[in-house]
Design a protein around this ligand. Structure first.
Ligand code: NAD
Ligand code: WQD
Length: 357
């Protein structure tokens, strides 16, 4: 980046969260000017403070809810945004089964409110946080973007519903440019050890659970199923380093900028429309393989026991990452060992996450 060059201004909803905070750093490093909008329902101001320290600049932060039409309008009136990266959402699959209305309200109604305000202010470029969960139990592997979509829990359904809304929007008006990034299993933390994933409660996801066992906060891991038809009977997932994922967002925005530049616009009516793209490494790793690598890089034993399969889990899930490579020029760089090492660095420097005690 040349010194005086500043790229467009981006609204980052949910930018105080796990993936959002890492992406803020990547966006800043790439020269984007950002405003973070987050209601802190699953994150803390400390994450924003730490991102500010890491980038050497105070992040512009608005504490607000995406369902708050008035506040969003104030923010859009104040800034000239090129586009929005929309991370804000609730993400706990189990909780979504118990509180479906909360999930549909937050994730679907919230997104509709955001899109309405974007439309009003003629900001038509969006990068949406979708999930591999929209593929449900895939028929074939690796999973391509054209694979069938179906999912059985309210969280996944809320992501799918937003994708359908975005598709309809793109059909209705070709000035919208809507990229839906389908993340596989984001793990890891910033190399500084200053920011990372900070679950509120006992973690649901594998990597934070493993790292809390390693630090001694949890006694032992239960491995949900060792009778899948996989390499060792345990579930296989496409774990992706959050830093790689953050770079994927920069690549998506760069692509949006390029495609909507006047020269290209003049040649095509609808440069992007609705564009789903997988963000994964393309490689599957089993639960046992991940535990073994974590144990090696941390030097900690990870006690575990086998338990029955978790309801709703599938045997294997990994991405075809060809589309991201071909269209965005992006591919994941970091290994499973890097993911474990950086998770461990964050966990051991911050045994209580962002809570300082
Ligand atoms: P996160 O909970 O750490 O971050 C989400 C952020 O959104 C939080 O800071 C939260 O406070 C904020 N938020 C929630 N509802 C809001 C609202 N109504 N208004 C304003 N802010 C709100 O989660 P994450 O892991 O960083 O995930 C970011 C996005 O990526 C989510 O949409 C999630 O569904 C999606 N995603 C996550 C994963 C994953 O495994 N982490 C995988 C696929 C997709
Ligand atoms: C991975 C593997 C478990 C915990 C979830 C969401 C998905 C997406 C990413 C948001 C599985 C096993 C886990 C444990 C275990 N999030 N496991 N013991 O289920 O692939 O995806 O996060 O969009 O929507 O469903 O991730 O980390 O929970 O599980 O054995 O204590 O680890 O059975 O095989 P999952 P995960």
């Amino acid at each position: 980046m040349s010194e005086n060059f500043m790229k467009n201004k981006i609204l980052v909803t949910g930018g105080a969260g796990y993936i959002g905070s890492h992406t803020c750093i990547a966006l800043h490093e790439a020269g984007y000017d950002i405003v973070v909008y987050d209601n802190l329902s699953n994150s803390s101001r400390e994450a924003i403070n730490r991102v500010s320290t890491l980038i050497g600049e105070t992040i512009e932060f608005v504490e607000g809810d995406i369902r708050d039409n008035e506040l969003l309008r104030e923010v859009f009136a104040l800034h000239e945004f090129f586009g929005v990266i929309h991370f804000a959402g609730l993400k706990a699959v189990g909780e979504s089964v118990v509180k479906p209305l909360l999930y549909y309200n937050n994730n679907v109604s919230g997104t509709i409110t955001l899109l309405e305000v974007m439309s009003e202010y003629n900001v038509k470029n969006l990068v949406f946080s979708s999930s591999a969960t929209v593929y449900g139990d895939p028929d074939t592997l690796p999973i391509e973007e054209s694979s069938k979509r179906s999912c059985a829990n309210p969280y996944g359904q809320s992501k799918l519903a937003v994708e359908y809304i975005l598709e309809d929007l793109a059909v209705s008006d070709d000035s919208w440019n809507l990229i839906s990034l389908r993340y596989f299993n984001p793990v890891g933390a910033h190399a500084s050890g200053q920011i990372g994933e900070d679950p509120n409660d006992i973690p649901n996801n594998l990597m934070p659970y493993v790292s809390q066992v390693a630090i001694g906060k949890l006694e032992k891991l239960s491995i949900f199923g060792n009778d899948y038809s996989t390499i060792d009977g345990t579930g296989v997932r496409d774990f992706i380093h959050v830093t790689d994922l953050a770079q994927g967002h920069v690549a998506a925005l760069d692509y949006l900028e390029q495609q909507t530049s006047s020269e290209i616009y003049s040649n095509t009516a609808s440069p992007i429309g609705f564009l789903p793209i997988n963000l994964g490494t393309g490689k599957g790793t089993s639960v046992l393989e991940l535990i073994s690598t974590f144990s090696d890089v941390s030097g900690q034993a990870i006690p575990y026991q086998f338990a029955s399969r978790r309801a709703g889990d599938i045997a294997s899930c990994y991405a075809s990452s060809e589309k991201a490579k071909n269209l965005l020029g992006w591919q994941a760089e970091l290994s499973i060992a890097d993911m474990c090492k950086d998770t461990w660095h964050w966990q051991s420097m911050n045994p209580n996450g962002y809570t300082m005690s």
